[in-house]
Design a protein around this ligand. Structure first.
Ligand code: NDP
Ligand code: GDR
Length: 356
């Protein structure tokens, strides 16, 4: 068994769950930070959980929060990790416009708190640190495709908080010699993606519409373009970043971009309904190509005060230095998500919202 010990903040999130699975398969002991919540928030990692009374339990959860410095110091001190993956964040861009201070606290200062915990505990020589940086840093795009040297221009409180986290990670590397790296990850999705991110919102609704559980889906900007990959591929890239002798910053992306509209069309193509578009601007509608029934409408509530129009990453550095490349093609990602939601919704009792 490996003597590597990982601490994952955000272990209950989409990426945290995929990463915990990967590291356990590699023989790591894995510790996850989990927030206290009034309802269960461990659905994505329940399959990894073992009764803590069994011998040789290798997956342990600790209550904690990135806004609580003393808690972070205690947990890092107890766990004595060899690798820390800082994935915890208020990760929703639109929500960050409504909760900018909290987002800055958790995503920006939270990263500083964790780095300080390492320094205070004098673990800088033992631990390697991964920061979950994001393509949202590119925001108002200065260059396409975006690579490690492309200037940043954040367009949301989320991106501004992540900008601080990016640079404080670089600073702890340069000032304190910490093995600290940023993964600048473009959008990555999968069947366990949070239900309010646009891909999962679409695949859940498309599945529900196909099964006659929902009439209509309301979306915001259909023209935005994203470089979407599969989260399973991207956590492999995170791990590879920390296995390098030298810490560094890497873009992980697929090198392909698609609009929200294309995502919707492809998602419907995995059901027996086909979508056609009519109208333009806020009056644009997605209709059933055979019956003309309206299936998609625009709700300006989902427009962002400042939008990120186009993201397209250049993953050449990761390919050359890490030997990393994505393995799931865009159409396969969409198909996996729709099929998973069709399966899940068939098993679900109708929800109140499904009637409207
Ligand atoms: P999720 O939103 O699925 O997961 C976020 C995790 O952070 C959850 O475990 C959440 O807990 C936890 N969390 C939120 N706030 C706090 C806090 N204050 N203290 C402790 N934990 C907290 O995000 P993803 O898994 O998709 O993303 C992982 C990381 O990567 C995030 O930092 C995100 O910003 C970044 N990122 C994601 C990309 C993507 O496309 N998925 C692309 C680039 C970067 P709970 O489950 O209780 O809500
Ligand atoms: P993003 O993901 O902002 O790229 O951040 P999201 O899926 O929320 O939005 C992508 C694009 O879709 C447009 N859009 C909508 N978005 C949502 N959520 N809901 C809608 O109804 C809708 N209609 C259109 C948005 O305007 C946007 O252009 C994700 C998060 O995982 C971040 O944490 C991460 O850093 C980045 O990806 C890379």
């Amino acid at each position: 068994m490996s003597d590597k010990v990982a601490l994952i903040t955000g272990a209950t999130g989409q990426d945290g769950a995929f990463l915990a699975e990967l590291l356990l398969a590699k023989g790591y002991r894995v510790h996850g930070l989990k927030r206290r919540s009034s309802s269960f928030n461990t659905a994505r990692i329940d399959h990894l959980y073992r009764d803590q009374h069994e011998p040789d339990v290798r997956f342990v959860l600790h209550h904690g929060d990135l806004t609580d410095a003393t808690n972070l110091i205690r947990v890092v001190g107890e766990v004595q990790p060899t690798e820390i993956y800082n994935l915890a964040a208020q990760s929703h861009v639109q929500v960050s416009f409504e909760t900018p201070e909290y987002t800055a606290n958790a995503d920006g200062i939270g990263t500083l708190r964790l780095l300080e915990a390492i320094r205070i505990l004098k673990l800088s020589d033992r631990v390697r640190f991964y920061q979950a940086s994001t393509s949202e840093l590119y925001g108002k795009v200065q260059e396409t495709p975006q690579k490690e040297t492309t200037p940043f221009y954040p367009r949301s409180p989320y991106a501004a908080a992540k900008l601080y986290a990016y640079w404080i990670t670089v600073n702890y590397r340069e000032a304190h010699g910490l093995h600290a790296s940023n993964g600048i990850l473009f959008n990555h999705e999968g069947p366990t993606r949070g239900e309010t991110f646009v891909t999962r919102k679409i695949t859940r609704a498309v599945a529900a519409i196909a099964l006659d559980r929902q009439k209509r889906l309301y979306l915001g900007n259909l023209d935005a373009k994203r470089d979407w990959g599969h989260a399973r591929d991207f956590v492999e890239g995170m791990w590879r970043i920390l296995q390098q002798d030298q810490p560094d910053d890497y873009v992980l992306a697929t090198g392909e971009t698609h609009s929200i509209r294309e995502f919707v069309e492809l998602a419907f193509s995995h059901t027996d309904r086909k979508i056609a578009w009519t109208g333009s601007g806020v009056d644009e509608k997605g209709v059933d190509a055979e019956t003309g029934e309206i299936l998609i409408e625009i709700d300006p509530r989902y427009f962002r005060p400042t939008e990120v129009d186009l993201l397209l990453g250049d993953p050449s550095k990761a390919r050359e230095k890490l030997g990393w490349t994505h393995t799931t093609a865009f159409p396969d990602l969409v198909r996996e998500m729709v099929e998973s939601d069709l399966h899940a919704i068939k098993l679900e009792a109708p929800r109140y919202g499904d009637r409207g």
